[in-house]
Design a protein around this ligand. Sequence first.
Ligand code: FPP
Length: 238
Amino acid sequence: MPRSTGIPAHIAIIMDGNGRWAQKRGLSRSEGHCAGTRTAKDIVTRCRELGVRHLTLYTFSRENWSRPKDEIGLIFDLLVQYLRGELQNLVEQDIHLAVLGEMADLPFAARQALSLVMQKTADCRTMTLNLALNYSGREEILRAARALAAKNLPPEAITETAFADELYTKGQPDPDLIIRTSGELRLSNYLLFQAAYAEFYFTDTLWPDFDAAELERALADYAGRQRRFGRTGEQLPA
Ligand code: FPP
């Protein structure tokens, strides 16, 4: 039976479980997010080493604005620290930074740090690191619909390609593999249009514990999947 081969071109991750990781250790949620940030840093590097071309991290959803103000502040502080600390590494690793989501609503320091890293990594080509920030899959779809409506196109011109070109992921392949940690089995408004044919991998491991070995387990599982894209097993190439 044909198997999906090799490394996914695009991995998207829902990094879940920072709070529970901290709670289990009698630590504050902040410490959970700090540990989660260290994991994110390691996973970015590991994906780059493995030859993943696009990595998307669900860093802050539009729904996350309903969290306590100090937790939101801490998450953006960690983001800024991560960006400042990793700028040189990202350039050296030839990783291009992109944002999926509405940047205008982010705290000023975050916008400033993101803009700088995006500018400095604009010509990097080995991997694209997408940070989904203030992101909502439904809002992204509505935004694309509005952009197409504003162009007054004839209905037949509104193709899947035309639509995909109005998404934040314009020009990037759809995710092949979506990973969610912490045992939750939901998509949570993540990449709703792009996830059409993604393979899913769920693990009970909490995000701060998701290390290189866990990533390799997810990739081994993915490599054993048969991706049919709607065809029968017999129709697939051998
Ligand atoms: C989920 O844990 C994580 C988040 C809401 C996002 C925060 C992510 C990080 C701090 C990683 C940072 C990454 C970068 C690239 C800077 P949770 O709080 O929902 O956990 P819980 O469900 O156990 O409470």
